[in-house]
Ligand binder design. Structure first.
Ligand code: NOJ
Length: 567
């Protein structure tokens, strides 16, 4: 099935279509992207609600981010991705936008964003914002106009369908909710929403919709942003015939990578027609704004090879689609990670990719892979993997502190709509979105008011202030890792070599020219034999001389190494 899917993807791209234009050859495209700023960047994702509150309402804001830019500069990251801060009813905490051009008052004033941009640039930090293209809020003027009558000029900007013969929804599709169709009594039709019913899907087949969204993108570029994290890009187009989606139990395991309730979104997600739109987006940014505006795409796909058409057959699609295959590893095991490293390298080749282990939609990697007891050690190993492996690192706020987050204890506490819909089977994403502890003051210095989500006691004990003063903290290890990556071309752009798993030890080499760097990670609570090493120590998680045994979770990074062939 997957093979068939992939073939049809390539076929549709090669066949071209109304949205596809002339493309340069693969070689040209590669040359074009080489040296682009993002290839050397270290990204840091900020979820503004939880970063720093400046006005005591318990919700983080743009001024709060500005107040912490010095911290970010000292950490060493080079680019910020800020999740949505636009006007929104906040049903999905900003991923339901009612005005793409305005800052929501919860996050500040419009001018606050300009200050943020200016102050970030002063510190050498690029700023990428989140653009939600697939859907708007149901309070967006486009949708209000669209639902006002069947003859509205914007009716076709969304996906409206007649009920079935007995008044039922047009098909069985599910997404964030039990049904993806919401009936509108006043006009007698259903509208489609993959996410919450307050997030109607735009009709991306309509050229007016395409133009409207492209103009929003251009306005933000004119305002000074460096690029866009494009939300849910593989959801833009639905199958034209709207066939029923299959049950998870009816499809082979490899197709069950997204399960909505009991269903697989075979016809609602990852449709080949999306690829033409990616080319349209790329062509628009390049033609209108030059080669330096980044498109960082969020696309959950079944396998690594399914990322290829997102880049575009000739590299004319999304610059940097997220590679979510590390973050999907069920266990923090050497063999599993070695396999993804090898496969990413083999399949993606020289295309730039990302290295991401946590984000605002997933429990943090520390939560998934560690207990409170070993969490700090695991956090250091994760940091080393993220900053020494190939791929542009995209750190999630608080990762550098080893934050774990906190799970809601009852339905009352849940803020995430997904958790509210699916409780208790799924407790939602609040766990990943708890606020940062900056110091030992009330609420960890995050807010003088009641935080919108409670901070985790574990995280409160590991505030920025506490960790800054501790030489062996996770924070200081991250700072050192980031500095090392910035210093060593082999860690930024070097080839990946000799990826090996020896029991619990993951090791790999990065090479740029004559310089090779060896990375060794013991992904275990037990000691393990250390790989032979005859080079220079660059950075380690444990003080002292490097002996023949790696301590639990020990990280060693060394240069000028010779790998033993006896292993
Ligand atoms: C993906 C975002 O990361 C997630 O947080 C959001 O709920 C959906 N897209 C809908 O916009």
């Amino acid at each position: 099935m997957m093979r068939r899917f992939f073939r049809s993807v390539c076929f549709s791209l090669l066949a071209g279509g109304v949205l596809l234009g002339a493309r340069p050859s693969v070689g040209e495209a590669a040359v074009r992207d080489e040296g682009r700023w993002w290839q050397d960047a270290i990204f840091y994702e900020i979820y503004p609600r939880s970063f720093q509150d400046s006005d005591g309402d318990g919700v983080g804001d743009l001024k709060g981010i500005v107040a912490r830019l010095d911290y970010l500069q000292k950490l060493g990251v080079t680019a910020l991705w800020i999740t949505p801060f636009f006007l929104s009813p906040m049903v999905d905490f900003g991923y339901d936008v009612s005005d793409y051009r305005k800052v929501d008052p919860l996050f500040g004033r419009d001018e606050d964003f300009d200050v943020l941009l200016r102050e970030a640039k002063k510190r050498g930090l690029r700023v990428v914002i989140d653009l939600v293209l697939n859907h708007t809020s149901d309070q967006h003027p486009y949708f209000l106009e669209s639902r006002s009558s069947r003859t509205s000029p914007k009716r076709d900007w969304y996906i409206w369908k007649d009920p079935g013969p007995n008044g039922e929804p047009p098909n069985n599709w599910k997404g964030f909710e039990q049904t993806s169709w919401e009936f509108d009594p006043s006009t007698g039709q259903y509208f489609y929403h993959y996410f919450c019913k307050e997030q109607p899907d735009l009709n991306w087949r309509n050229p007016e919709v395409q133009q409207a969204m492209l103009s929003i993108l251009s306005e933000w570029v004119a305002r000074g942003v460096d690029g866009f994290r494009l939300d849910a890009i593989n959801y833009l187009i639905e199958h034209p015939d709207l066939p029923d989606n299959p049950l998870a139990s009816e499809v082979p395991p490899e197709e069950r990578f997204i399960v909505n309730y009991d269903q697989i979104p075979r016809y609602s997600v990852n449709q080949p027609e999306n690829f033409g739109l990616f080319e349209l987006l790329r062509r628009h940014v390049e033609d209108s704004h030059g080669p330096d505006v980044l498109l960082l795409g969020e696309a959950w796909v079944p396998s690594l090879k399914d990322l290829l058409p997102i880049y575009g057959v000739s590299g004319q699609g999304i610059h940097l689609p997220f590679n979510f295959f590390f973050l999907q590893q069920p266990k923090l095991e050497a063999e599993g990670f070695a396999k993804v490293l090898r496969e990413s390298d083999a399949i993606l080749g020289t295309r730039p990719t990302t290295m991401v282990l946590s984000n605002h939609d997933m429990a943090r990697a520390t939560w998934r892979y560690a207990t409170e007891t070993n969490s700090d050690s695991v956090a250091k190993a994760l940091g080393a993997l993220e900053l020494a492996a190939p791929g542009v690192p995209v750190l999630y706020y608080g990762e550098e502190l080893g934050m774990r987050g906190r799970e809601p204890q009852s339905l009352d506490e849940v803020r995430d709509p997904l958790g509210r819909n699916q409780w208790p089977a799924f407790k939602g994403r609040d766990l990943a979105r708890t606020p940062v502890a900056w110091d030992e003051g009330p609420n960890g210095g995050f807010s003088t008011g009641k935080p919108w989500l409670a901070l985790a006691p574990f995280d409160l004990r590991r505030s920025v202030a506490v960790q800054s003063a501790d030489r062996d903290s996770v924070l200081n290890f991250y700072r050192a890792l980031i500095a090392l990556r910035k210093n060593e071309p082999a860690l930024r752009q070097g080839r990946l070599e000799a990826v090996e798993a020896h029991g619990t030890v993951l090791q790999f080499r990065r090479r740029a020219g004559e310089k090779a760097i060896l990375v060794m990670l013991n992904l275990s609570d037990r000691p393990a034999p250390a790989p032979d090493f005859s080079g220079k120590t660059l950075l380690g998680s444990h003080a002292g001389k490097w002996g023949a045994v790696l301590a639990p979770w020990e990280v060693r990074i060394g240069s000028d190494v010779v790998l033993s062939s006896s292993r």
